[in-house]
Design a protein around this ligand. Structure first.
Ligand SMILES: *Cc1c(COP(=O)(O)O)cnc(C)c1O
Length: 371
């Protein structure tokens, strides 16, 4: 009997995305083995964080690296590093930022739920631009002596009339203001591990528990050594704003194993396997009345991987998309998919385990044939 049986929790087939609320991702054996090994001994956590950071920096072609409890925790510590640096008095006082650099500039169009992580350090977000356009002078004018950082959220929210990241980095750097990139879900491509920092971003923040398939409670921050050193002081085990976001030795070891695995992965092979899955799904589903399935690319986070977009004509299919999604969720195992508007859904091969693509197709066919 599994722990989920014991608790009466139905396992989920995740055909949606690397969603934290579904458990993020599944750790491969090499990550679990590294965590198990690390769990067997006491160690000096500061020394371990430093040694693993050096390894991660080398592997990701960066100056320095840090393991946080998630990308969101990485955003907190990156903000704290820009506001308080390594000054013990300022660190002890956070989130009281009176008298410190306590403004963070962000595109209005980038505002999203994760900016709470930045705001909890006690900074004020200074918005630039409008929903559909932003001008370079708006960034120039927003920068002043209280500016701690410019945050850039890469993903579904970026690219809609915002300034190009290159230009943001150019303007901010001229004023000695660090640019922090939230790249939590920007893997693949694997090159993003060094792309943002090579462009001149001071730090880039990745989730350890999404496509890296590291521990759920892990995040990777890479970039400038002075800022990473300041993050260390602002983080656990020190008494600081980061203390509640404690990183365990197991998470550190697991994330290192995950990054090693990710760098060695056959990314082209993985992408073409996903293409095959999507083509197979579309071919089969298009045989059914009232169903139109097609390849959709890139996915919702902008990752260069395909999904199948399935549009359901309720009249001809005999079932509305709402009802199909409800039945997919209600079955056992439950199948979770993302929505594509009122009459559509996405099937995502990215988070499926071996053979689950067939389970998803068979269930969808059964539901539609029943209708
Ligand atoms: C997922 C995500 C985060 C949070 O990452 P965690 O590792 O779950 O803390 C932050 N920002 C963006 C844009 C994300 O997609």
């Amino acid at each position: 009997m599994s722990i989920y049986d014991e608790l009466g929790i139905r396992p989920v087939i995740n055909a949606s995305a690397t969603l934290t609320r579904l458990g993020g991702s599944i750790m491969p054996p090499e990550v679990l083995e590294a965590m198990l090994e690390a769990s067997k001994h006491f160690v000096n956590l500061d020394d371990l964080q430093r040694a693993i950071g050096e390894k991660l920096a080398e592997l990701t072609r960066n100056e320095a690296a840090y393991v946080a409890t998630g990308a969101a925790a990485g955003l907190v510590l990156a903000t704290a590093a820009c506001v308080a640096g390594s000054d013990p008095a300022a660190i002890a006082r956070l989130p009281d930022t009176a008298g410190l650099k306590n403004e963070v500039i962000v595109h209005k169009s980038h505002r999203n739920g994760y900016d709470h992580a930045v705001r909890q350090v006690g900074v004020k977000l200074v918005e630039i631009g409008m929903a559909l356009n932003t001008y370079p002078w708006e960034l120039e004018r927003a920068i002043n002596e209280r500016t701690a950082a410019v945050f850039w959220f890469q993903g579904a929210m970026s690219g809609h009339g915002d300034l190009p990241l290159e230009q943001v980095i150019e303007i901010a750097s001229r004023h000695n203001v660090p640019v922090i990139v939230d790249a939590a879900a920007q893997l693949p491509p694997v090159e993003n591990l060094w792309r943002f920092t090579q462009m001149g971003a001071a730090l880039a923040v990745f989730s350890g528990g999404k496509d890296l398939r590291g521990p759920q409670a892990s995040g990777l921050v890479v970039g400038r050594k002075d800022l990473i050193d300041a993050m260390r002081v602002n983080g656990s085990p020190n008494h600081s704003i980061g203390r509640p976001m404690k990183v365990g030795k197991e998470e550190m070891a697991g994330l290192l194993a995950a990054v090693k695995r990710y760098l060695a992965l056959d990314h082209e092979g993985r992408a073409s396997q996903d293409e095959e899955t999507v083509a197979g799904w579309c071919g089969e589903l298009n045989k059914l009345p009232g169903i139109h399935a097609e390849r959709s690319f890139p996915n919702e986070a902008g990752q260069p991987l395909p999904r199948a977009k399935v549009v359901i004509d309720a009249q001809r299919a005999g079932l509305s998309c709402d009802e199909v999604v409800k039945r997919l969720e209600a079955g056992s195992p439950s199948i979770m998919v993302a929505r594509a508007g009122a009459d559509g859904l996405f099937l995502n091969p990215m988070t499926l385990e071996e053979g689950e693509d067939e389970v998803v197709l068979a269930r969808l066919q059964a539901i539609l044939k029943q209708a």
